[in-house]
Design a protein around this ligand. Structure first.
Ligand code: AMP
Length: 235
């Protein structure tokens, strides 16, 4: 059952926040809570790509097969998509990047972007980078029991976080789905892509003194409390 405590929203500038971590670490869950707390957008490149696939846009058709195999979509395509999203006015006070950057090329592109133009046409300072860590076997278990709501994006897990009514979202009653890339044969490839291409970013951001590591094997509320402390400290 979801027992997330509601906190009052706070309106303040919090700057860019980057959530790093393997698939299944809980980035989306944390991003949604931070987004609600500060009224800043959660920018999930996975959600943006899935939305393009569902609408059959040219970008979606270019990404669909690669996503189906659990591999990463090309840097150029993802950077362009993020560039365009970060121009939106709702990014002016801050934003949370969930699932981006995922390669060194993306991280370097983002660094230039933040230093030069910045989101919504404004310079926005150094990001706060939080890396959520979870062991391999735990990730496998989480991803193979994962269900998501196609309407609000809330994530459930058959073993650890089941919906109140079988197969229906607690929030809006939509029928829950298993994402095509949460199938067992694709999960291993996604975790491999993470280790090969995304894990090096931990070192990249550590080197810049911008990284906070969060132990993701704890209840979501505990992780959220630690994340909030870091955000408040930096703001
Ligand atoms: P996610 O929902 O974040 O797990 O992303 C689902 C899929 O979208 C990934 O397995 C990739 O195929 C693709 N994707 C999402 N974000 C990125 C990114 N930053 N770079 C490349 N591919 C991405």
């Amino acid at each position: 059952m979801n027992t997330q405590r509601k906190l009052e929203p706070v309106v303040k500038n919090v700057g860019p926040i980057i959530l790093l971590g393997p698939p299944g670490a809980g980035k989306g869950t944390q991003a949604k809570q931070i987004s609600a707390r500060y009224g800043i957008p959660q920018i999930s490149t996975g959600d943006l790509l899935r939305n393009n696939v569902a609408r059959g846009t040219p970008l979606g058709s270019r990404a669909k097969e690669t996503m189906g195999r659990g591999e990463l979509v090309s840097d150029d395509l993802v950077n362009q998509m993020v560039d365009s999203r970060l121009q939106d006015e709702d990014c002016a006070r801050g934003f949370i990047l969930d699932g981006y950057p995922r390669t060194l090329v993306q991280a370097e592109w983002l660094e230039d972007f933040l230093e030069q133009g910045g989101a919504a046409g404004r310079r926005c300072g150094h990001p706060l980078v939080m890396s959520i860590t979870v062991g391999y076997n735990e990730l496998l278990q989480r991803l193979s029991g994962r269900l998501s709501c196609p309407t609000c994006g809330r994530i459930y897990n058959l073993n650890s976080l089941p919906p109140r009514v079988d197969n229906l979202c607690d929030v809006d009653g939509s029928t829950l789905i298993t994402r095509p890339d949460d199938r067992e044969e694709v999960i291993a490839e996604r975790l491999k892509s993470y280790e090969r291409q995304t894990l090096p970013l931990v070192k990249f951001y550590k080197g810049r003194g911008e990284l906070l590591e969060l132990n993701g094997a704890r209840p979501a509320e505990e992780i959220f409390a630690e994340a909030l402390k870091a955000i408040e400290h930096k703001a």
